[in-house]
Design a binder for this molecule. Structure first.
Ligand SMILES: [Zn+2]
Length: 212
């Protein structure tokens, strides 16, 4: 190769080297989904190509509240009418998003109907964001690992998550943000391995986001 050719090839070599050294952050993919939902907001800037900024808990809560702001309050929060479900339903009828507390539901989260669970998502996120890994309560554990982390059926996938009512892309995107935030704050930041259930939840919500 002559030196002229070598000079001509230099920029190409630099690009290849830069690509090799590039660290692909796991949140880059999420940023694309976030961008998809944000770009639908009228007047919002198209953020295509920008890396998502790390979110703090307040900002994340604001996004969740915004995404779920139009979810109608169902007349009942449970589908089953057994005594346990009726007691839970009666109690939740007296609550709103500002008065909902972890003690209200505790281990009974699985009794909520998909519409009931979807309605309380902003309040459930608020409870989780008040905790850290060491203070995690049963409610956070159930919400994150059992409800959001529930295995997706393979056959009629990926129409809808089995535990929640039908969600729009913005809602799916913020729930994915929520799960990756929990992974980051509760585990990655202290070099702790992500629990299997949480990893599965993130994987599933990425698939749901990708199907939109
Ligand atoms: Zn029941």
């Amino acid at each position: 190769m002559t030196w002229r050719w070598f000079i001509a090839l230099l920029p190409t070599l630099n690009v290849a080297k830069a690509k090799r050294n590039q660290v692909v952050h796991p949140s880059t993919r999420i940023g694309r989904f976030e961008m998809m939902s944000q770009s639908r907001v009228p007047g919002d800037h198209c953020r295509y190509g920008l890396k998502p900024e790390p979110m703090n808990a307040t900002e994340l809560q604001r996004k969740v509240d915004h995404a779920f702001r139009n979810v109608a309050r169902p007349t009942t929060f449970t589908t089953c009418r057994c005594e346990e479900c009726l007691v839970l339903d009666k109690l939740l009828q007296t609550r709103d998003h500002s008065t909902f507390a972890a003690d209200d539901v505790e281990m009974s989260l699985c009794l909520l109907s998909p519409e009931g669970l979807t309605y309380w998502i902003p309040a459930l996120v608020r409870v989780c964001l008040m905790h850290d890994r060491d203070s995690v309560c049963d409610l956070c554990d159930t919400f994150i690992n059992s409800e959001l982390g529930m295995a997706l059926p393979r056959d009629d996938f990926p129409q809808q998550h089995p535990k929640v009512a039908s969600l729009n892309p913005e809602q799916i995107s913020v729930l994915l943000n929520f799960l990756t935030y929990i992974e980051e704050k509760w585990y990655a930041e202290i070099a702790e391995e992500t629990p299997r259930e949480l990893a599965r939840a993130i994987r599933n919500w990425k698939r749901l986001a990708g199907a939109q």
